[in-house]
Design a protein around this ligand. Structure first.
Ligand SMILES: Cc1cc2nc3c(=O)[nH]c(=O)nc-3n(C[C@H](O)[C@H](O)[C@H](O)COP(=O)(O)OP(=O)(O)OC[C@H]3O[C@@H](n4cnc5c(N)ncnc54)[C@H](O)[C@@H]3O)c2cc1C
Length: 462
């Protein structure tokens, strides 16, 4: 009889867990994967995918408005929120089924249950109180929205989870948060016609992004009529029937039909039985502490994706899951390289970024050249839309290597994915310059910026 019931037990059927289960099963491992909610996890069910569908849907407002300058007359367009929700739900159900089928096709077994760790080789399924022993346990439980410090009326506040299932489009919504989820939903609701107010406690939105990006995005969002209030927080939410009054720390208040918080996410480590096996938490970020191979403090237990709170992005969770399966079952050690991960904010306008910000580069390199341009995109010349694109390259002046690329404007995410290859390959500014422009595009600016707009040379210490 085999020593363990299975070779691998995966807790969590999201981006990372599913990839790990499929690849491990492909190596011949006997794999069981537990999912307590819906197969596909956050990205598919209530993250990237439905969010992007909403972004696309809300963007039609701009397209319809812009069409007039090109000769189109569009009879007054109307939008039906329930149709959007129903069609989105249908697409998400299709994806969930595809995820389930792909896991089953790989030979891994799915159990629909919450799983908790009993000891370093045992998990318990809460659905039927069954215990399963495993040579290896992979924790891929993802994360969940934060609601922050408890304030009066917090029970009236929704998170992104609920925003995907609202019965009707709010005429007015207050969104607390300045990160990518808050801004994406601000653009979504504004695009569909809601009056949106963003509340952020810091001095500007998109903390951690390049300063020029932060300024540019804020100005563009404000041009579209989104109100952004910084330096304050929500202190209380009162309910009056279907309406809410949001009280702010600066003494003012706002009436709305919904109040949403998107103030960060925490790793899903609670009530998982980590203490039963002695799995350590990383004190710096609250996620499961892991090494370069995603191994936890317990040698039979690994953790990947958002539960480790390293880079909370789907492709990262997938890469970590794949690397885990290669390392443990594929007989080849694979470390995930977390440098130069491209990332996007699907705000309106969109942000694409890879590599170092100007601030980070200037802290690390003694000579940094900046190439920056802001221009009116060709489409806006005839649509009359008041909008500008931002493109910025951060270059190591000593080696000429491109350290970072930051774009705000249409297709920024698509452009950034391609530029990320060059940045990852350590391309130099001279390589960018040697590339002939593709005309007429916005992205051609990336290969035609000849002269630095700023040069920062740190004087050697005397
Ligand atoms: C609104 C939103 C938008 C996003 N947009 C993007 C984007 O545009 N691009 C991007 O790259 N990333 C985006 N993300 C982040 C992305 O969704 C996550 O980084 C990714 O899903 C992490 O994958 P994971 O496998 O670590 O966890 P998850 O996908 O969260 O999967 C974890 C799964 O584990 C299950 N689970 C938890 N505990 C247990 C248990 N004890 N037993 C059984 N099952 C359990 C959960 O139900 C869940 O299905 C977004 C996230 C949100 C919330």
């Amino acid at each position: 009889m085999a020593e363990f019931d299975v070779d691998l037990f995966v807790i969590g059927g999201g981006s990372g867990g599913v990839r790990a289960a499929r690849i491990a099963a492909g190596y011949g491992a006997r794999v069981t994967i537990a999912e307590e909610y819906r197969m596909g996890g956050t990205c598919v069910i209530r993250g990237c995918v439905p969010k992007k569908l909403f972004v696309i849907g809300s963007h039609f407002r701009h397209e319809l408005e812009d069409a007039a300058g090109y000769g189109w007359t569009v009879p007054s367009a109307s939008f039906d929120w329930p149709t959007l929700i129903a069609n989105k739900d249908k697409e998400i159900a299709r994806l969930e089924a595809a995820y389930t089928a792909n896991v089953e096709k790989s030979g891994a077994q799915i159990v629909k249950s919450r799983a908790v760790i009993e000891d370093k080789h045992t998990v318990r399924l809460l659905e039927n109180d069954r215990k399963i022993t495993a040579r290896y346990i992979l924790i891929a439980t993802g994360g969940a929205p934060n609601h922050g410090a408890s304030i009066p009326g917090i029970e009236h506040v929704i998170s992104s989870n609920e925003a995907f299932h609202l019965k009707k489009l709010p005429k007015r919504i207050v969104i607390q948060g300045g990160g990518y989820i808050a801004l994406e939903f601000a653009g979504i609701f504004a695009g569909f016609g809601s009056d949106v107010t963003v509340i952020y406690r810091g001095d500007n939105i998109l903390r951690g992004f390049d300063e020029d990006v932060r300024t540019h995005v804020r100005a563009e969002m404000e041009k579209q009529g989104i109100t952004i209030l910084t330096g304050c927080t929500v202190s209380k939410v009162d309910r009056h029937g279907d309406e809410f009054t949001t009280h702010l720390s600066n003494g003012s208040s706002i009436a709305s039909e919904q109040v949403m918080f998107a103030i960060g996410r925490h790793p899903a480590v609670a009530n998982l039985g980590l203490e039963n096996a002695g799995v350590a938490i990383n004190p710096n970020n609250g996620g499961i502490a892991v090494d370069h191979f995603s191994r936890s403090s317990v040698d039979s237990i690994y953790a990947i994706g958002d539960v480790t709170h390293r880079f909370n992005l789907t492709p990262v969770a997938i890469r970590e899951g794949h690397a885990f399966a290669d390392t443990v079952f594929g007989k080849r050690e694979v470390k995930v390289d977390h440098a130069n991960i491209p990332t996007a904010v699907f705000s309106q306008p969109e942000v694409g970024t890879v590599g170092l910000t100007e601030t980070e580069a200037r802290a690390q390199f003694s000579h940094v050249d900046i190439y920056k341009t802001s221009f009116r995109p060709i489409k806006a010349t005839m649509s009359g839309r008041d909008t500008r694109v931002l493109m910025k390259l951060v270059v190591d002046g000593s080696t000429d290597r491109v350290l970072g690329c930051h774009i705000v404007g249409d297709a920024a995410a698509e452009i950034t994915q391609a530029v990320a290859i060059a940045v990852k390959m350590k391309a130099t500014k001279a390589d960018f310059d040697a590339t002939i422009a593709l005309h007429p595009t916005a992205a051609e600016e990336l290969v035609t910026m000849r002269t630095p707009t700023a040069r920062h040379v740190r004087q050697a210490a005397e």
